[in-house]
Ligand binder design. Sequence first.
Ligand code: GLU
Length: 304
Amino acid sequence: MLKLRTRFAPSPTGLLHVGNAYSALICQQWAEKHDAELLLRIEDIDHTRCRDEYATRLIEDLHWLGLKWQGDTLKQSEHQSRYRNALEKLRELGVIYPCFCSRKHVREEIERMGIAPHAEDIGDPYPGICRQIDLHQRHERTLHERFAWRLDCASAIKQVGESLTWSDEHGHHHPVNLSALGDLVIGRRDIGISYHLAVVVDDAWQGITHVIRGKDLFSSTAVHRLLQALLKLPTPTYIHHPLLVDGDGRRLAKRGEVTTLKHLRDGGITATSLRRFLLKEGPHLWPFSPDNIDEIREQLGSDS
Ligand code: GLU
């Protein structure tokens, strides 16, 4: 029988916090329940935000937390050519085009045209400015200007049809509404590739059968399914777990006052008590401020 396989895929943009720990533990719990393999992937293609030092710290924190993963850790920054080849394939298929717009320009156009915003994880909707540029001018501009690669949604629909779906753990099929996605950036102008592209390539490369990640990436799954169809890659099953929220039911901010694992460890909190607290039944709450380490220690309790 096919061995099931999932992965935990953090980005080393800062120290690991309780929200990341929660996600890692959910992956591990699922893997144990299904006798599946759990892999670790460091998603560090964004050199503007990721740091090697955080990648090292992250692995230490995960060991402390008690996460057990199989095999070597995949570091995306070491596999750039794989993602560039995939981008090239999309270019050959004619489903991406260069976009010379700055973020500011796109925002202004969106406001002017009154376009409704997208879900946070898939970025601003694109009003199609550079889609209209003729081939000659396009080529000329790529020689002198910096540009991103955007998905040409209309061409993509022509290639894969309009009935794409992705499946969740209950066997429900979720439609991929391609026109609603719009012309997303698939190759960023600063780093040349994008999270969406790299994640799809690596999920296939590593033979991931089940992707487990937070609900904040729910909208991205449709993008990933589309890229899989275009690149003829297998499609995993997707599980989106609820996010850890603060006492007011708000999502823990990635920056700002989120409790890091280092802070907990330095404050004498044990990994066992943290695991127990995060995995307990009921609402997925982290109602504490990092300033209040004594209260956290008291609430989480001792190991026994
Ligand atoms: N690297 C992403 C993050 O840290 C997770 C990507 C994924 O699980 O697909 O938010």
